[in-house]
Design a protein around this ligand. Sequence first.
Ligand SMILES: [Zn+2]
Length: 58
Amino acid sequence: MANEVQTRSGSCPTHGTVDATRTLPGPSFPFVVYAVRRLIATRRPYRCPTCGAAVTTI
Ligand SMILES: [Zn+2]
């Protein structure tokens, strides 16, 4: 299953304003596992595509 990539403008401490990304897991079976994995993923910060540092999003 394809993962979902979310993109958002954020501020990297090193690179300034970047298009930060994070990946959410795609649908999988059983659904409960998918729901938990996705919930965890949505609580992770967005990351700078260049250095991988957590960025500050607005
Ligand atoms: Zn960076």
